[in-house]
Design a protein around this ligand. Sequence first.
Ligand code: G3I
Length: 377
Amino acid sequence: MKVRRLTTVGAALAVTVLIGGTAASAVPNGAQFRPPADSLRALAQPTGLRIGTAVIPFDLDTDGYVQLVGDQFSVVTPGNEMKWQVVEPTQGSYDWTAADRLVSFAQAHGQLVRGHTLTWHNQLPNWLTAGVADGSISNDQLKSLLHKHIVDEMTHFKGKIWQWDVANEFFTDSNPSQINPNDFWVSHLGAGILGDVFRWAHAADPKALLFYNDYNIAGEDGTNAKSDAVYAWVKSQLAAGVPINGIGDQGHLDTQYGYPYSLQSNLQRFANLHLKVAITEADVRTFVTDAASQVPTDHLAEFAQPYEFEQMLKACLAVQACISFTFWGFGDADSWVPGFFKGEGYATIYDVNLNPKPVIQVLQQELRLAARAAPVR
Ligand code: G3I
């Protein structure tokens, strides 16, 4: 219990030293930014949990937005700007502008960075997918290009990224689940490519924490099939010496399905493999009147949305290896949900005008309580 009586300064130090053992290198100069005492990031600090958000670097020009990013969060993820399509729109010509801007912002505000994402079937550059489709890029060349992409991107950001999502969304949603044989990468290079990308990533930046990231892998689908498949796979990879450091559960919830009560035990069993875990893209969507105002249509949702966020945060807090809890954007106007799920929205913690929603107070209270009782990470 002595550990809970750490002073604020001591706790801050503990956070820097303890998380993944790499935080010091990921925050050059240890920024002196002081967030408000009732901010999510400050309230989480005694537990060592980093509270994060996906950021749209372009929006850092907007006053209300930029203030919230700096004040409320201690880790940031570029929502799109480290994806291959954005960083290498033309073959051989890199554009790091947006991602660099976010990394600089993070360093100035005492924040860590989650790199997202190096190997994914989606948001690939047109020159790559077109070349594969017309046969001008062979499978051998494709493998070399992926290796180069990982090495070049990780080298560019070397020492500045705390956690990298090295591989994203490779498993099927079926029951039983498996590595998707139709996935772009797997269909061309075989399932072994998953081990290769982690080996390449470790060689490129040995201090970064290397994550496998996916949705529905902590029981959100109600069957646990995908979680079981990822668990079996990661266990086999670790036994084979593949350098995987963590599992990211995206945490996209929907009030119509209820809260997945197995989420904590699923995080814990990954942790029991000596892995870090993280909630990487938390949001809780519900049916809304319209995409512009995003007012819930069901009164129960006004309770369910904060409740499910709170339970998910509580699950992460309870698992000592859960080192970060990242929201997939913090304002409803920027959320991916209305564009992807017809009729749904209200998925974030601030409304469409960036006013705080009731969920914020619930999360603040949860963090205050956790400061007394949650395991320190
Ligand atoms: O940048 C173009 C813009 O020029 C154009 O006018 C506009 C018209 O549609 O599109 C813009 O690109 C959009 C891009 O986001 C940037 O806003 C794409 O259409 C849109 O498809 C893309 O969506 C992103 C989505 O990944 C793609 O799958 C979301 O912003 C992003 O939040 C989302 O993030 C993913 C994670 O990476 C992985 N897990 C699931 C998560 C949610 O889908």
